[in-house]
Design a protein around this ligand. Structure first.
Ligand SMILES: NC(=O)c1ccc[n+]([C@@H]2O[C@H](COP(=O)([O-])OP(=O)(O)OC[C@H]3O[C@@H](n4cnc5c(N)ncnc54)[C@H](OP(=O)(O)O)[C@@H]3O)[C@@H](O)[C@H]2O)c1
Length: 247
């Protein structure tokens, strides 16, 4: 099979690529520079080289994203990708989205949801996979939130982070199945309070930090407290956040 992955140079990319490797397939990895083994150039923000990158692809796993330029890269870029795909060859397009994009009022999520709508209206054979936050991404957010001896976290937020290798394996499995034409959701094995995650992170990674649960007003915060970031369905990764910290 001829498989094209967008966003292979990001956090998810290496796990996704590893899970997609199979004898006999041709795997190509699109990024703006097209560097590395299997690399091909393609820029979603400008459309440069997109048609060449997508030529011949039977499966596309579309994981590229730019939270700092999401309306151009994620929304308009997905529209460019839809126009560039080889409709005669394409069997399945898998789009990587985020759990909660349909119910959490946050600019980047609105863009991801708009990209989903572009795809659903495209008539292409597809599956949209919404995933919760990767464990390593949670670590990055906590490191950014820590201010000297204090680690403030939003009070009452409930999340269900997932191991990036589990996410990559799930996406690879979906990509090899028939398109559902719809949305499926995938998350980690356990729902956790952000404050508990933060305490476990400080204990495991050191560096100090007194976790302070802070009330955060607003609709976004209310949505996350009400469980809008938790996955529906039954498909779950196996590796816990504690195992991630321990490993
Ligand atoms: N991070 C999370 O916890 C999380 C959770 C659930 C879902 N997701 C979704 O999973 C996907 C991957 O997330 P990630 O955290 O791995 O992303 P990331 O680390 O931010 O990587 C973004 C990727 O998008 C590519 N990209 C950015 N602008 C581009 C452009 N103009 N043209 C072509 N490619 C471009 C980058 O490639 P170059 O810069 O090399 O060109 C890079 O490979 C995203 O769709 C994200 O919304 C992420």
């Amino acid at each position: 099979m001829d498989i094209l992955v967008t966003g292979a140079s990001g956090r998810l990319g290496p796990s996704l690529v590893q899970a997609l490797q199979a004898d006999g397939d041709r795997l190509r990895l699109m990024s703006r520079r097209g560097a590395g083994p299997g690399g091909v150039r393609g820029d979603l923000a400008t459309g440069f080289d997109l048609r060449d990158a997508l030529a011949g692809a039977e499966v596309v796993v579309h994981a590229a994203s730019d939270p700092t330029n999401a309306w151009e890269v994620d929304v308009a870029g997905t529209r460019r990708l839809v126009q560039a795909v080889d409709r005669d060859r394409l069997r399945h397009l898998v789009y990587v989205s985020i759990v909660g994009v349909d119910r959490i009022p946050y600019g980047y999520y609105r863009a991801k949801y708009a990209a989903e709508q572009v795809l659903l209206a495209s008539g292409l054979p597809l599956t949209i996979v919404r995933i919760t936050q990767f464990h390593g991404f949670v670590d990055e957010l906590l490191a950014t939130a820590r201010k000297g001896p204090v680690l403030p976290v939003p009070m009452g937020w409930r999340v269900q982070p997932v191991d990036v290798a589990d996410a990559g394996a799930y996406l690879a499995q979906v990509a090899r199945q028939q398109p559902t034409g719809d949305v499926v959701e995938f998350g980690g094995p356990e729902e956790l309070a952000v404050a508990d995650i933060a305490r476990a992170w400080v204990a495991a990674r050191g560096g100090g930090g007194h976790v302070v649960s802070t009330p955060v007003p607003g609709r976004l915060s209310t949505a996350v407290r009400d469980g809008a970031a938790l996955p529906s369905g039954r498909d779950r990764g196996r590796r816990t956040y504690a195992a991630h910290l321990g490993g």
